[in-house]
Design a protein around this ligand. Structure first.
Ligand code: SAH
Length: 236
């Protein structure tokens, strides 16, 4: 598929190095092992597992840290942020119950890895990041990260009203509450997934929008995310 080719051509997203990173048999082998591990931890959506087996997670790392790319751990990506743990990416992706061609809003682009996994699953991804440096880094990639991913510098609490409604919304930072703007931007019948909590640990929450006035909420265990912050940061 054409867009996979585009993904493979990207340099590492944090651009710490100008050396192109390749996807070797070793990387593919490590990735396969990671997928087996995710399956053993209970991830069963084959579309998610296939996408994560295709996307080279080490492309999203500084080349000095490539050996960490296929461990099931979160990792710093700069600007005080992290690329989520593979299990968490798989778990949130599975909860989304994605279908091909769906419009998905991601809050917290970070490294772009989660967005790439969703795009690989044939979603039309819109992703917002509040850290200018992370946004600029991804935006400057040529060719773009993936032609199905549209990047925005902005505040996830406000969402993207100009591009709403969305079939799915995924928050990848710890949300103290579910912003009402995001519920409004979800289609009826749509699903929102977010780690909700103000403290160190958040509860993975899935919301089904039943109608304009009714939602159904489910919880799916505890996770740890970096906080979803309120203002745009010009910082770091
Ligand atoms: N999905 C990312 C991991 C994200 S870590 C990946 O695959 O790498 C959480 C991200 O959310 C960070 O990049 C952080 O800067 C961003 N973030 C925090 N608060 C935000 C907000 N209010 N709006 C948009 N992004 C936000």
């Amino acid at each position: 598929m054409l867009y996979i080719f585009a993904v493979y051509k990207i340099p590492p997203s944090n651009l710490m190095t100008s050396t192109p990173i390749t996807d070797t048999f070793r990387h593919k082998g490590l990735r396969k092992k990671l997928i087996d591990l995710l399956r053993s931890k209970g991830i069963s959506d084959e579309n998610v597992l296939t996408a994560m087996n295709i996307i080279p997670r080490h492309f999203f790392f500084d080349s000095s840290f490539l050996e960490f790319a296929y461990e099931d751990k979160a990792f710093p990506i700069g600007s005080g942020q992290t690329i989520s743990q593979p299990y968490t990416v798989a778990f949130q992706s599975e909860l989304l119950q994605l279908e091909k061609g769906m419009r998905v809003l991601e809050v917290g682009t970070g490294s772009g890895y989660q967005a790439s996994v969703l795009a690989e699953m044939d979603a039309r991804v819109f992703s917002i990041e509040r850290q200018k440096l992370l946004y600029d880094t991804l935006k400057s990639l040529s060719p773009p990260l993936n032609y199905r991913i549209r990047l925005f510098y902005g505040d996830g609490y406000a969402g993207l009203p100009a591009h709403a409604p969305f079939d799915r919304i995924l928050i990848t930072a710890a949300a103290p509450f579910i912003p009402e703007a995001l519920i409004n931007q979800l289609k009826t019948g749509g699903i929102l997934v977010a780690p909700v909590g103000k403290n160190d640990v958040q509860i993975m929450t899935r919301i089904f929008k039943i109608s304009d006035t009714e939602i159904k909420t489910e919880t799916h265990g505890s996770f740890r995310f970096v906080p979803m912050l309120t203002d745009k940061a010009q910082d770091i």
